[in-house]
Design a protein around this ligand. Structure first.
Ligand SMILES: NC(=O)c1ccc[n+]([C@@H]2O[C@H](COP(=O)([O-])OP(=O)(O)OC[C@H]3O[C@@H](n4cnc5c(N)ncnc54)[C@H](O)[C@@H]3O)[C@@H](O)[C@H]2O)c1
Length: 279
């Protein structure tokens, strides 16, 4: 029998992380490096890739990191990256679909807030879905398709606690805005994308179950990142553990789900949210 710890070992395997330049993408990269993987660090531009590499190398100086620019909304961009990697003799064993848009919402007094469902702009709907959902589909099609051909691979979709529960819009309310239609809300796109990613996970898990490709999702709760204290207080009241996540608290789950430690698990969504979705 293999000792449990060696089942986490990703030595000799190559992972590709989308949106790796962001807050959690860097953490996923560091987690994978920690257990021996080479990581293809991808993001929409070279500066985001380089920023991630600098951050990860600061804690893991010997990390084997390869920057590749990928706009996940563009089939040409994803295919060009795959072609580039193949021509360098690199094949992808693990795909982490992490890229997403974090929409910035600002209030304009006297105007219905554009994040509200009744006013939600179609171009914003299309753009956010293109990144968060179509991007995961395209990367799975190209990199997952190659895994299925080789008969081995892992896909991990980064969903959210809001992929299993609805947002509680009360926590986004601004006390200084009287009219409810001017109040910002968590946009509909976030729920649709994250629920959709869990659907994509189940679809691909069964579609490729006989091809050696495992597909799972992780649904993290909100990470503390110096948000407005009033917002943090309202949010943490919804969390049985009474706090937001530390930025590095998903690393062990990433290692588990991307390695042979989870070899009999596919089509599942691991919810790590301090208990929020249980209440
Ligand atoms: N931070 C949290 O609290 C939290 C909680 C639950 C789930 N999540 C999910 O985790 C993932 C990462 O979140 P984060 O907080 O690190 O977000 P982030 O905004 O810090 O990072 C997202 C990254 O995606 C990249 N990106 C945007 N458009 C892209 C495109 N077209 N092609 C390629 N890359 C693109 C951005 O450049 C950025 O580096 C997201 O899927 C998010 O929804 C985050």
């Amino acid at each position: 029998m293999t000792a449990p710890s060696t089942r986490y070992d990703l030595t000799g395997r190559t992972a590709l992380v989308t949106g790796a330049g962001g807050l959690l993408g860097r953490q996923h990269t560091a987690a994978l490096v920690d257990v021996g993987a080479r990581v293809i660090v991808t993001d929409i531009g070279p500066s985001q890739c380089e920023a991630a590499i600098t951050a990860v190398r600061a804690i893991a100086p010997g990390a084997d990191l390869v920057p590749v620019t990928i706009d996940v909304t563009s089939q040409e961009s994803v295919q060009a990256a795959a072609f580039d990697l193949t021509s360098r003799g690199i094949s992808i064993d693990i795909l982490v679909n992490n890229a997403a848009i974090d929409p910035k919402v600002t209030s304009t007094p006297g105007v219905m807030h554009s994040s509200r469902f009744e006013a939600f702009p179609v171009p914003q709907w299309q753009m956010e879905i293109a990144v968060g959902l179509t991007g995961a589909m395209l990367c799975s099609q190209v990199f997952g398709g190659a895994m299925a051909k080789r008969g081995r691979g892992v896909i991990l979709n980064i969903a959210s606690d809001l992929g299993v529960i609805a947002p509680d819009q009360r926590i986004y309310r601004q006390p200084n805005i009287a009219r409810s239609e001017e109040q910002p809300v968590k946009p509909v796109t976030y729920s649709v994308i994250k629920h959709g990613l869990i659907g994509l996970t189940k679809y691909l898990a069964t579609y490729w179950a006989d091809r050696g490709v495992r597909v799972n999702a992780i649904s993290p709760g909100g990470v503390f990142n110096n948000q407005d204290p009033a917002f943090v207080e309202k949010l943490t009241r919804l969390i049985p553990m009474g706090r937001m996540a530390h930025v590095d608290e998903y690393r062990a789950a990433i290692q588990f789900l991307c390695s042979d430690a989870s070899s009999y698990m596919t089509g599942q969504n691991m919810v790590i949210d301090g208990g929020r979705s249980v209440w």
